[in-house]
Each structure stands twice: as C-alpha cells, then as structure tokens.
Design a protein around this ligand. Structure first.
Ligand code: XUL
Ligand code: CO
Length: 439
C-alpha cells in the first residue's frame, strides 16, 4: 500500500533522556502505572476532522496545510486517501482510537441520499482498515453546524424541516457508529444556542432539544446501540450563547427533562476555559456527579479568548486532569481524544506527528505524576483533615441529617466561644504539587 507519511517511521518510546523529537519520552504504552498499562489509562484517540481534514483556514486566510492528497481533484478520491492515511498515521503514532463526524469522512452530496452514499463508501473502507489494524472507534457524531441550513441551529432551529434533516443525519451517524463498534456517541451542540433573544423562543428550543435527545435514545435502543451517549458542553462559539454552556447547565437540562440516565459528559479543556472554568473544575464537577464520560484533550491560549484547540502541552494542567481521571476510576469506555489542531504555520505533515507526540507525552507525564500524588495521599489526606469536623460531634449530626436550624442554634448558644479556624495552606499545597511535577 502507498505510504503517505514516508518521512516518519513508527514513533517509539525512547525514555526521558532521548533528544529524538520523533520519539516518546514519557508515553510507554506497555508500562504499568498502578493497575493498568498507560495504553489502557490514556485511551488516546485521533480526531479525524483536525488531523485528516483540517486545512488551516482561518478568518483571514485560506488553507495552508501541505497534505499527501493535494494533487487530487476528485473529492471522493481525496476521501479515500484520507481514510488510508489516517490508519497509517494511527499505526505510526500508536494511537488506538479515532473519532469522526459523518461528513469528515466524505464530501456532502447535493442530496441527503448522495451524502449517505458518499459516507457509506468510506465507512466500508474504514471497516476493513479497522479489521486489519485493530484500531477502534471511540465515538462517532454528526456535523450539524457546518452547512448553511444549520445557520439557526439544528434541533433548536426555528424551522421544523431543519429539525427533521438533523434527525436523519443523527440516525445515520448512529447506524454507522454501531456498525463500526463505536464505544460512545457524542452530541456537541454546534449551533444549538442563540445570537439574540429578540428573535428566540428559548422555551420551545430547549423543549425541542430534549425531544431530539429522546428520539436519539429511543432509536439507539431500537437498533441495539449500547455505546455511551455523551454531551460536550461549550459556552459560546459559534453562537453567542450555547445551551450546553457547561457541565452544570447540561446536568440541570438533563434533570429538567428526565434524561439524566442516558447521558454523560465529554469534557473539552478549551471549552472549560471559555466558560470561565478550569479544565479541572469541569472534570471535577462531572466526576462527583457520576457523569465524567470522556475528554477532548486540547488547550486554549491564555491571551486569546476563543477556542484555539491547541495540542495540550501544559504539564500542570494534564497532571490535574489525570488526577481527576484517576479518581474517576479511569475514562473507559471514554478516552482522551485530541480535539486539537496544529497551528496554521505548522503546515508540513511531520507537524502532525510532533503535535500528537507532545500531547501524548504531556498526558503520560501527567498520569505518572497524578498517580504518585494519589499514592502518597498528601493532598487527599490534607483535604480529609480539613473537613474532619464533619466526622464527629455536631458535624456528624449535620451530615446525617439529625439536626436542623433549631438544634444548631441551641448548639451555638450553648458553645458560644470563638471558632478555631485552620489555614487553607494553598501555597504549601501548590508547592507540594510542584514537587511531584518536578521530582
Ligand atoms: C467544537 C468541538 C467539536 C466536537 C465534536 O468546538 O469541540 O469538534 O468535539 O463535534
Ligand atoms: Co470537541
């Protein structure tokens, strides 16, 4: 078979002393950390849209990427080449999973029937390649935001024909995800939100979004798709206000409509920061509510206020992310999907390798640090001690529900003395974290 990336051989683990930029220094797939291999902890995934179809277009300029299919003019021929190239890429990168939107795989046709036909042809190629290589589908999804028909939303469009069209696309994307053994199915509400309330019936839009999710759950049951449904929160971009703002908003929505049993979250780092949260906050919020399903691994830029989708290189952040993921007992059937793109100026194919290596090493390093930190118990013991007053006496009675305002008032009146508070020791804890990261 034609080789698409001849400049790179299979990327191998060479250890921390290696200066080879095309080697892993920390990601050693077979190395056991705690109870699992790194491969099983991290469950890395390639995002088809950024790595295979992303061309580097931005608001100010056209596509800049140099890719092996540049000479081709037939869009279906390009789609076929991308399918083969993606498996070569995953093989060389030792990435076990991938994710895609339906129309990442093949161009949209003039009609829905033609779109289905185009996508089906590439799905058949991908199915063969999966069987040959053992690569697996982490999740599938449908792109319900790119085409102009979705300018006012998909399930939340004011136009019922758009709702119907979106349903048809998700139905087919679910069929495909099931056919390829996908372990999850993601809903990112691309344009499910609004630009101005002056033209928006928010109540009807939210009711319709819930109806859409109900239909998806029903259809999945009908075809026997047992993968996990995931919602990916994002506060804004492309719309000014997205309904799936953050984990807390999505949870409230799911509870309002009685859908909470069927969905978990796909937490994306850059979406968390756009919402004014840290990545760790969103992971923690999802984890303690039992809905941490999967992760879109990337990072934003501190100086830019939009979704820059950069490869995650910040070890401080990956450490705290892996800390939450370990406390969650892992991510399976979710994983770490690199929803990240190389910068427009990193236009050569080899940059795709450098980018994934940097992300995989950053998470592998974070995993090792987080594991050691949890093993030591230094942070968890500090936290347990900080809340020790709830383990006995009046605190225990508060937690068990034995007392109310009257009993608590009596308690205070009887024990009226200055309350002994303890320091939160934030700086000490930050220094402990640095010790684990650096040692
Ligand atoms: C957009 C985004 C999407 C979803 C899948 O910000 O993150 O790529 O992950 O639709
Ligand atoms: Co994403």
């Amino acid at each position: 078979m034609k080789e698409f990336f001849p400049e790179v051989k299979k990327v191998q683990f060479e250890g921390a002393k290696s200066k080879n930029p095309l080697a892993f220094r920390y990601y050693n797939p077979d190395e056991v950390v705690g109870d699992k291999t790194m491969r099983d902890h991290l469950r890395f995934s390639m995002a088809y849209w950024h790595t295979m179809t992303g061309g580097g277009r931005d608001m100010f300029g056209s596509e800049s990427m140099v890719r092996p299919w540049d000479e081709l003019t037939d869009p279906m021929e390009v789609a076929r080449m991308r399918a083969y190239a993606s498996f070569e890429f995953m093989e060389k990168m030792q990435i076990p999973y991938f994710c895609f939107h339906d129309i990442d795989l093949a161009p949209e046709g003039k009609t829905l029937r033609e779109t289905f036909k185009n996508v089906d042809e590439i799905v058949a190629i991908i199915k063969d390649l999966m069987a040959q290589t053992g690569k697996k589908l982490l999740w599938g999804t449908a792109n319900l935001f790119g085409h102009p028909r979705f300018m006012h939303g998909a399930a939340t469009s004011p136009n019922a024909d758009v709702f119907a069209y979106a349903a048809a696309r998700v139905k087919r994307a679910l069929d495909i995800t099931k056919e390829l053994g996908g372990e999850n199915y993601v809903f990112w509400g691309g344009r499910e939100g609004y630009e101005t309330l002056l033209n928006t019936d928010m109540k009807l839009e939210l009711d319709n979004l819930a109806r859409f999710f109900e239909m998806a759950v029903e259809y999945a049951q009908e075809i026997g798709f047992t993968g996990q449904f995931l919602i990916e929160p994002k506060p804004k971009e492309p719309t000014k206000h997205q309904y799936d703002f953050d984990t807390a908003s999505v949870l409230a929505f799911l509870h309002t409509y009685g859908l909470e049993k069927h969905f978990k979250m796909n937490i994306e780092a850059n979406h968390a920061t756009l919402a004014g949260h840290t990545f760790q906050h969103e992971l923690r919020y999802a984890r303690i509510n039992g809905v941490l399903g999967s992760v879109d691994a990337n990072q934003g830029d501190e100086l830019l206020g939009w979704d820059t989708d950069q490869f995650p290189t910040n070890i401080y952040t990956t450490t705290l992310a892996m800390y939450e993921i370990l406390l969650n007992g892992g991510l399976a059937p979710g994983g770490l999907n690199f929803d990240a793109k190389v910068r427009r100026g990193s236009f050569e194919p080899v940059d795709l390798f450098h980018a994934h290596i940097s992300g995989m090493d950053a998470f592998a390093y974070g995993l090792k640090v987080a594991h050691r930190l949890l093993e030591s118990g230094e942070i968890e013991n500090f936290i347990a001690e900080r809340y020790a007053s709830y383990q006995e006496g009046i605190g225990k009675q508060i937690v068990s529900g034995e007392v109310g305002f009257k009993e608590l008032t009596e308690y205070v009146l009887e024990n009226d003395r200055p309350i002994a508070l303890t320091s939160g020791r934030q700086e000490m804890l930050e220094n402990i974290l640095n010790r684990y990261i650096l040692d």
